[in-house]
Design a protein around this ligand. Sequence first.
Ligand code: SAH
Length: 367
Amino acid sequence: MTDDTVSPIETEIRRLISVAGPMPVGKFMSLCLSHPQHGYYVTQDPFGAAGDFTTAPEISQIFGELIGLWSLSVWRMMGAPENVRLVELGPGRGTLMKDALRALRVAPDFRTAISLHLVEVSPVLEKIQRDTLESQDVPVMWHPSFAEVPDGPMIVIANEFIDALPVYQAVKQPDGWHERVVGLDSAGHFAFGVSPDRIPHFDRILPSQLRDAAPGSIYEWRPDAIAYDIARRVRHQGAALIIDYGHSQSGVGDTLQAIGRHQFANPLQAPGRVDVTAHVDFQAFGRAAESMNASVQGPITQGEFLRRVGIDVRAQALKSSASVQQAADIESAVVRLTQTGPTGMGELFKVMAIADPKLGKLPAFDE
Ligand code: SAH
C-alpha cells in the first residue's frame, strides 16, 4: 500500500475502541469491509490486475459457463418452473453471470424463465455489474441483502461470498474460551488481545471434538444466519451452490487474512484498504443448513466439482478454435482452477450444495 494516510474507517475504529474498549474480531472485520460509507467493499473495486485479488470467474470464462449449465440441470430437476429466480450473492464484477447467461443460449426455455437477483453491498461493484449485465435479455434486480430477494423457486450461487462475512474468534485459556478482540497497544497501533471474561455457554458453539484443544488454540465461527437463510429459501423448490476456500471439518486455527494488491498483508494494517477474509467452516455451515431441513451435499473439492461438470471437455472445445497462445492460456487457467497443492485453487476451494430434499442428488454430487 502506497497510501499511508489514516483512512476514515481507521479513525472511526480508533474512536469506537477509545469509547467502548477492544472490539470482537468479527466487529472489526465487519467495519473494515462493510461500513456504509468507508468500508472496503463500499469504496473500492478490488478486482483486476491492478486490484487486490483475482477470483475463479476472472481467471476463466469456463467457470461461469459450467455453473450456468449446472443451474440448467438443476432447473430441469425442479420440474422446469415457469419462473425461477437465479440469485447471486456477491457477484463481484458480474463476470460469472455474464458467462453463465452466454452458455445458457443453448436453453432458451430456461433463459425465458429466469429473473436475475443480485445481492450486492458495494455501489462501486453494482455499477460495474449494471454495465456488464443490463444489456442481457433477462430481467435483473439488485438487493442490498438476501432477505430482500422475493420467495419462490430459486437457484442461488455464492462464489467467494461467505469468506467475506465477519468471522469471530475465541482463544482457549486455562479456564475456558475467551473472545479474541482488537484493541490498541501502548504505541497506539491496532493489536489483537483476549477478553478478560470467559464466553458463557461456549460449548453450545464449539464442536465437541474441539473441547480438549490446547491452551492458545483459536476457534473461529460465523453467525449461522446466512446458512439458515439459504436453507430456508431453497428447501422448497430450490438449490444453492456455495463455493469458497475453507475446510470440510471444523478445526482450530487462525485463518484471518488480508490481501492488498495481490499480496498478503497484516489484517490490522490499513483498515478499509485491504480485503479481510477468513476460511469457511463447511462442517458448521452444513450443520446449520441441515438443521433447517435442507439437503446438504458435499463439500467436494473445486477440482473434483469442475471435472465432474465437464471442465476438460469445455476446455478442449475452446482450444480447438484457439491460437497456440490462447490454447496455452486456457490450459494454464484450467490448471490454476483445478490443481491441488498450495498454488492451485482445486483443493483449497470446496463446493457444497444446499437443496430441496425432494430433488435428490444434484449434478456433480451424485458420484
Ligand atoms: N463472486 C465474485 C466476487 C467475490 S468478492 C467473484 O467470484 O468474482 C465478494 C463479493 O461479495 C463482492 O461483490 C462484495 O462486494 C460482496 N459482498 C461482501 N460482503 C457482502 C455483504 N455483506 N452483502 C452483500 N454483498 C457483499
